[in-house]
Write a protein that binds this ligand. Structure first.
Ligand code: SDX
Length: 421
């Protein structure tokens, strides 16, 4: 292991590859997808158009966008067999556990390019048929992500599954499947549908975060992309990463009111509590996405009314941003802090304002533990963009196999332990 240098804890300041996909400047609070500033894409693009940009490297022409959207939406349907798979989960299974398993399930289903059957991966030959296989896998994973998420939501409520509708947008189809209750003239609320599309776009990619790295680590063994995406979904599930949006709400509920914020922050300083939704490995000034999410939240609140937790969140934000402990550690709110308010209100108010008011709909709000699923669904795009870039890298795929510096016991002889007698 001569000449090896240990990268700091958790790959701190360690670059493992070159990439053309996403650029982040953590000190300046800059985020660009393939060179386009996130602010411009959030304003002018859509999640699916941005997905095409991230995966294929340039914005699609109108005809290309039409084909892309049709293919993704066409592949939203899952085989009827999937219903028994979903029904095998307990009613209280965490939806991220269900979704993670569902992506791996897809891998068992489509063995069309099982690399182990192809010897060296079919993909790296860069042949027309390999591009065709890869594109179909990409359509399937993006198209089915919303369907699998909606099925995870419904299986927990003991409700029947819904066939993805035709003629609706990506987020419109998702909201339809989430809330459909036999409404023949179901029309998603355009404000909430657009808000969710902006949030999906913002969450589409973020360079080599923990889950994208997991997808690449897994995919480097040439396993199928469904299994690699399942691994990335498992990584996103953690409260330090995508699970933070669920943890933020649980934190705010536990704080209870603005009056309890100072005591909570003292507990954080004593490391008795974690300030979820704050801090970031890369952004040390501000997460550019949080400003856009906050603006989106204001638009949503105009439709749905404010969330009672918002006062506590604002008080927490205010106090933490003035506190030397957090300023010194450059802990600004990250994308999860403000995101939870828009996703928390969507389905519940959507039901009230669009479908029909009624206690049953209000009772149908997104469950708290469903929030990481709202992160995973759009992040499938970024995971696939990195995976495709790796599959097509010049010279073919190298398995990711880091080394270590061994600091354990030196050689010692085996002696039967006395207490075994
Ligand atoms: C996402 O990587 C990505 O790009 C992720 C993401 C994406 O789009 O993929 O942006 C999405 O995962 C956002 C992050 C969501 N996680 C949370 O909100 C959980 C709370 N945040 C922390 O767990 C933490 O900030 C991390 C995990 C996000 C970052 O961890 P780091 O890189 O180890 O933090 P750091 O080295 O910058 O910490 C510096 C100091 C340390 O204190 P000291 O040991 O030096 O005294 O700040 C402390 C940390 O202990 N600290 C916190 C804190 N975050 C860091 N202290 C209290 N509360 C926090 N939230």
């Amino acid at each position: 292991t001569k000449g090896l240098r240990v990268s700091d804890k958790g790959y701190l300041n360690t670059a493992v590859m070159r990439s053309e996909i996403t650029f982040i400047d953590g000190d300046a609070g800059v985020l660009r997808y393939r060179g386009y500033p996130i602010e411009q894409l959030a304003l002018h693009s859509s999640h699916l158009e941005t997905a095409y940009l991230l995966i294929y490297g340039s914005l699609p022409s109108q005809p290309q966008l039409k084909v892309w959207e049709d293919e993704v939406m066409h592949h939203a349907v899952v085989h009827a067999d999937a219903e028994q798979f979903f029904r095998s989960f307990r009613y209280d299974a965490h939806p991220m556990a269900i979704l993670t398993s569902a992506f791996a399930y897809l891998g068992s289903y489509y063995s069309e390019a099982n690399p182990s059957l192809q010897g060296q991966s079919l993909y790296t030959k860069g042949s027309p048929e390999s591009f065709a296989v890869m594109d179909k896998q990409i359509y399937r994973l993006i198209g089915k992500a919303t369907t699998l998420a909606a099925m995870a939501y419904r299986v927990r409520q003991g409700r029947n599954f819904v066939t993805p509708p035709t003629g609706l947008s990506y987020t419109g189809s998702f909201l339809y499947q989430m809330d459909y209750l036999g409404e023949e003239n179901y029309k998603p609320n355009p404000v909430l549908e657009k808000a969710l599309d902006v949030l999906f776009l913002l969450h589409a990619d973020h360079e080599l975060n923990a889950s994208a790295t997991t997808v690449l680590q897994t995919g480097s063994s040439l396993v199928d992309p469904y299994s690699a995406i399942a691994a990335g979904c498992a990584s996103l599930y953690g409260p330090l990463h995508g699970g933070a949006n669920e943890a933020v709400i649980r934190m705010l509920i536990s704080i209870g009111s603005p009056a309890n914020v100072p005591a909570f922050l003292e507990a954080v300083k004593k490391r008795e509590k974690v300030l979820s939704g704050f801090g970031h490995r890369v952004y040390k000034t501000s997460d550019p996405r949080s400003f856009i999410v906050r603006k989106t939240a204001d638009e949503v609140f105009r439709v749905t009314g404010k969330d009672e937790l918002l006062e506590t969140a604002m008080a927490l934000h205010e106090a933490a941003m003035k506190d030397e402990y957090f300023i010194k550690r450059r802990l600004a709110p990250n994308v999860d802090f403000w995101y939870v308010f828009t996703s928390r209100l969507l389905p519940c108010k959507l039901n009230c304002s669009v479908l029909r008011s009624g206690l049953i709909y209000r009772a149908m709000g997104f469950p708290l533990d469903f929030f990481p699923v709202l992160f995973a669904v759009p992040r499938v795009v970024g995971w696939l963009a990195h995976w495709r870039q790796m599959m097509l890298q010049p010279g073919g795929v190298k398995i990711w196999r880091p080394r270590q510096i061994y600091v354990g016991e030196t050689k010692r002889e085996y002696v039967q332990s006395m207490n075994a007698l």
